[in-house]
Design a protein around this ligand. Structure first.
Ligand code: HPA
Length: 268
């Protein structure tokens, strides 16, 4: 399946890629920054799933930024859409097959840590998987990695340092923390959020963890950025997707600046 997808991408000018970027809810505009763009809707790509969530454009954007070639996914696939995790992580398998070494994953997340405020950007230092599933279950793709994969350094330490440096250079206030994955699509309960705080989670969301596990298995370096869009359940009156999209849109200028800086600093 990958072969057909990759063949198509190559025929459309996507051959050599330095950095892959997955853009979360409300953060898709970053792809507009790329120069000499090639835009391909997911529905045109053989074997690619389609994105069904509002706030996700559902297209792949390739182009140049800061002297690097960048492949951005405007919209990702979520477990709660009903896709199995092999489908959710299919684009990452394609990244690995294309030989891409760097992955930047972004998402909108609820803030659990009481020092976080909506609009904050958080560098992901680690994650907790509370979804009860793992994309590496099943047949192991030996070409990508070993059956039992080390997950000690999923959000590559040197990439975390790059994010800290870029934030400092651009005067962007940066939070740090552990992202906790729930399947969704219902938001968490206040009791679940209290549990997350007890077990060491700082933010909650419905994505990212599957892609990161597959990327790590395939030997990619991962940089993770969450945009904190709301206080988690029980910490504010109510939660809704409109607020998530609205707050991530407000954070866009500094988010774009941070991402551009990271891409510039990545040593490829
Ligand atoms: N919970 C889960 N996912 C989210 C949240 C949240 O509070 N905010 C944005 N995505």
């Amino acid at each position: 399946m990958y072969k057909e997808t990759i063949e198509y991408l190559k025929q459309h000018g996507i051959e050599q890629v330095d950095v892959a970027v997955i853009l979360g809810s409300g953060l898709g505009d970053f792809a507009d920054e790329l120069e000499n763009k090639i835009v391909i809707p997911y529905k045109d790509i053989p074997n690619f799933p389609e994105s069904t969530v509002k706030g996700h454009a559902g297209q792949l954007v390739y182009g140049n930024l800061e002297n690097k070639t960048v492949l951005a996914l405007q919209g990702r696939f979520h477990y709660y859409e009903g896709y199995d995790l092999a489908t959710v992580t299919y684009p990452v398998r394609v990244f690995i097959e294309l030989g891409i070494k760097e992955l930047i994953v972004t998402n909108a997340a609820g803030g659990v840590n009481e020092t976080f405020t909506p609009g904050d950007l958080m560098v992901i230092t680690d994650h907790i998987n509370l979804a009860g599933n793992n994309p590496l279950i099943g047949h192991n793709v030996e070409d990508h990695g070993a059956r039992f994969t080390d997950a000690s350094n999923l959000y590559t330490n040197k990439n975390q340092d790059i994010v800290r440096k870029v934030a400092k250079d651009h005067d962007i206030q940066l939070k740090e923390g552990v992202y906790t994955w729930f399947t969704g699509p219902s938001y968490e309960t206040p009791a679940e959020i209290r549990m997350v705080r007890l077990i060491g989670g700082d933010a909650v969301g419905m994505s990212t963890v599957p892609e990161v596990l597959v990327a790590n298995h395939g030997g990619m370096n991962v940089t993770g950025i969450s945009c904190i869009t709301n206080y988690a359940a029980g910490m504010q009156a109510e939660l809704n997707h409109e607020e998530v999209v609205e707050v991530s849109a407000q954070a866009k200028p500094k988010f774009k600046q941070l991402l551009r800086g990271i891409i510039q600093e990545l040593n490829i």
